[in-house]
Design a protein around this ligand. Structure first.
Ligand SMILES: *Cc1c(COP(=O)(O)O)cnc(C)c1O
Length: 480
């Protein structure tokens, strides 16, 4: 008999204990951040592959040809799903944000002649594009969406392209948008982009692994991918609806020529010649191997069933929301996302706290421009059977939120928030504001409060630049 390794067992116990306060990743009750197929064997395979390949290095595909082979297999699997031509090429990245960063960087670097590059995007585009703009110095021109449908407006995008003619390197739209779950009119935007010779990226990070199968079932009829002539690149996250462990997304370009500026090489130092297709250099092969394992196991048929389960669950959930007093779906869900709004009797922030008390995580989204505050629900296959339970909890939470009433932000505080210029605030001012917002206690110690509603309502009353500055100050202090 071997003696138990006490130290190792102790570490295992502590690892488990650390997870106690996290949101559950499985079980179908966390309706953002995580995705659960409900298939235990797929999860087990993903974990095994992640562990088996965790120490491999994607830095050099000639040293680890297994990683190149698995990347090729995933791209080959994805190509027909997205109606990509045979010449289309793809790269496995670490996530949706990296896929988007690379799409923007590639579009910028395809035009060394343009010194002040611009990207044109709808206001509903994922914030990863804002990050790309910030990192790569590509000015972002955001075009308002139709406030009735939450969809991008092709005519307004065309106007922006013409207003910035000669400077635009990229147009982007969503299939579907994260915040409201609607498909932008990709064919119309494709036409507008192609007519002007501008690259067009479709962000299918969240929809890319459900839309192909919904399409086959006749549930989605608008073209959204490479079937649209003007689309030059598509991103789709495997760590979302492919139900693989975190750290994997795909970025496909219509041709090798379009992808070319994505690559980076440097021989201008005495070490190995650095040669990268992505932003990371040394990168674990674990997430790629895990994705390969899960996709191989579930396969086309598996995803057909899973996409349909998530979709049916979404429709049932949205129908139930529609029948709940004081609630409304912001838009009829086209895929597996739901955005819920309330009337004046309650607010989404109180509702999200009340749902958490009942064992469900739903994500509050703040008001923006003309668009109302909403609750975001990402519906996984594992949530499908729980919809009646979810709706019961929701009705109960609404009753509580109506009884409490919406959070009232002090009018003076609201006025102050509107008037504050975050650029004029120093560290002490932020300490004071964080305390005022309920994000910091005695002596400046910060912690996420148990009731988020008062904080969220206050942030909701603040203009976006102040929200950003306050949350950055919060993160800064939390991580000191
Ligand atoms: C999730 C998501 C992203 C960003 O992906 P990460 O994997 O979180 O980096 C981008 N766009 C859309 C539409 C998404 O849903």
């Amino acid at each position: 008999m071997t003696t138990p390794d006490r130290a190792a067992d102790d570490v295992r116990r502590r690892l488990l204990a650390l997870r106690a306060d996290d949101l559950p990743t499985h079980g179908g009750r966390t309706l953002a951040y995580v995705y659960d197929s409900g298939i235990a064997e797929a999860d087990a395979l993903g974990r095994e592959a992640l562990a088996a390949y965790g120490a491999t290095n994607g830095l050099d595909p000639t040293a680890f040809p297994s990683l190149l082979a698995m990347e090729r297999d995933l791209v080959t699997f994805a190509r027909p799903l997205f109606h990509a031509p045979a010449a289309a090429v793809g790269t496995v990245t670490s996530g949706g944000t990296e896929s988007i960063l690379l799409a923007v960087q590639t579009a910028r670097d395809a035009h060394p002649d343009i010194t002040d590059p611009v990207m044109v995007v709808p206001t509903t585009i994922h914030a990863a594009f804002h990050k790309a703009s910030h990192y790569f110095g590509v000015e972002r021109v955001s075009v308002p969406v139709d406030p009735a449908t939450f969809r991008a407006d092709p005519a307004a995008i065309a106007d922006a392209l013409d207003a910035y003619a000669g400077r635009v390197v990229l147009v982007a739209a969503s299939a579907p948008s994260y915040a409201h779950g609607v498909l932008d009119p990709i064919p119309a935007i494709g036409e507008v982009a192609a007519a002007r010779g501008v690259r067009f990226h479709v962000d299918a990070c969240i929809g890319g692994w459900v839309l192909p199968w919904l399409e086959r079932d006749g549930l989605v009829t608008h073209p959204w991918d490479f079937a649209v002539e003007g689309v030059t690149s598509v991103s789709a996250d495997l760590h979302k609806y492919a139900y693989t462990p975190k750290g994997v997304s795909l970025l496909l370009h219509r041709t090798p020529q379009l992808r070319r500026p994505q690559f980076f090489a440097s021989a201008d130092w005495p070490g190995y010649t650095m040669l990268n297709a992505t932003m990371q250099s040394t990168k674990s092969g674990g997430p790629l191997a895990a994705a390969w394992a899960v996709v191989s196991y579930l396969g086309d048929e598996g995803y057909q069933t899973l996409a349909r389960r998530a979709y049916d669950g979404t429709r049932a959930l949205a129908a139930g929301v529609g029948e709940t007093p004081h609630l409304r779906v912001a838009a009829v869900p086209e895929t597996t996302l739901v955005a819920v709004t309330t009337d004046d009797a309650c607010d989404v922030f109180t509702l999200s706290d009340a749902m958490l008390d009942r064992g469900w995580f739903v994500q509050p989204q703040m008001a923006y421009d003309e668009l109302p505050a909403t609750l975001h629900l990402t519906v996984s296959a594992a949530t499908c059977d729980l919809v009646p339970e979810f709706l019961e909890a929701l009705r109960d939470a609404v009753a509580e939120a109506v009884a409490t009433g919406p959070v009232v932000v002090d009018p003076q505080l609201r006025a102050a928030a509107q008037a504050l210029d975050p650029a004029s605030l120093d560290d002490d001012a932020f300490d004071g504001l964080l305390a005022l917002a309920g994000l910091a206690g005695e002596g400046g110690a910060v912690a996420a409060p148990t009731r988020m509603a008062p904080v969220n309502a206050l942030l909701d009353a603040a203009p976006p630049p102040l929200r950003e500055a306050l949350l950055i100050a919060f993160l800064d202090r939390m991580t000191r």
